[in-house]
Write a protein that binds this ligand. Sequence first.
Ligand SMILES: [Zn+2]
Ligand SMILES: [Zn+2]
Length: 439
Amino acid sequence: MNTGFSRNLIAGCVLGAFALTTGPVETDKGASIVSGAAHAAGGVVDDPTGTVPDRYVYYPGTEALSEGEVRVIACGTGMPDSRRGQASACFLFDFGNGEKLFFDLGTGAMRNVNSLMIPSEYLTKVFISHLHTDHWGDLASLWAGGWTAGRPVPLEVWGPSGREPDMGTAYAIDGFLRAYNWDYQTRAYKITPVPGGITVNEFDYRGENAVIYEENGVTIRSWPAIHSLDGPVSFSLEWNDLKFVFSSDTYPNTWWNEYARDADLAIHECFVAVPTMVAKMGFTPESALLVGTQIHTAPEAFGKVMTEIEPRMAVAYHFFKDFDTTAEVYSRIRTTYDGPLSLAEDFMVWNITEDEIRVRMAVTEEATWSPPLTGEAQPPGGDADREAFSENSGVALEDMTYSDFISGGTWDGVEEALRGVYKEAEEALGQEFPYPGDE
Ligand SMILES: [Zn+2]
Ligand SMILES: [Zn+2]
């Protein structure tokens, strides 16, 4: 996914960033490193069977947050065409008090989210900055996958209005549920209909630092972003004297300069450099200049934006981060900004407290399963559930099963083999499981 070159360069960026704020520290190994995060890297093993207590990587599911700590995980940092090594925009916020929420859920992001193995019942809140698919395209995966994995409640979505009703988030979610009606109905009366709902909180995109969420000590505000058409917004999130800001996609603007000031972590889009768009994406210079500098924030402009608001840590995302693009984006940012900087890639993790910002990469497993349910697993709904669903939804009972035409194609040549599976379950569990149709 990444060459050693790009990884090393980033380590350099982060170290340089810390050095600016904390100053270099001499260690007993004689190397000049920095205090805080980087200093902890590696831990100490002083006997041959010892373990390393403190590594420079994050292993999901192994670290409890302290009470005043926030962990931010980049689950998508790339472009609209998500790729195997980089999903589209998604940042997961994980708070010391247990609150968890997403800023954007772009295409491909759920593959990354699922590798963190967080029980689905805790992943229910999604803040959508704008309705480009690279910022909400994987809602389908969270919606259906989390349902299958045992989320007991509906998803809750926050997103901006548009200039007209059909350009807003409520319209989009209504359309989403219509588009996935077949999926909804096939799960609703086989499992339970409740988690298939989505609660929409649409807010005015013109709000200027307006509060859109206040729960569990977390306050989220929005202000307009300037991107493509009216509608997109940027967010701030405040908790425990910490402040996080997320630009979404935007041309640099005065709202951001005013409301994002002094953030602890400032995540802002930073687009692919214009010459790269021409060379690698086949853009004409005219369209590369338009998209790369006017619709999005160019690296040089990203630097200006961060110099203006002076965050504790600036985070650049929304470019394909490769061995041959990282240095280019970095050097262009450095023409206008010399403060703390992370060039985001998928699975970059920031642990933030009042005293420290620790930047690491998560080490994840590709072959993950859904985490086990935290509550009791339920058997499939019976006739009573089906009847209740029919009554509430208006779907006729006879439409909640196969037509005679389709069931007429059933091959009974497998029945004997499948009866063996039922018998095996009965013997293993000491319980009767009648074969379908035998009751
Ligand atoms: Zn966009
Ligand atoms: Zn985007």
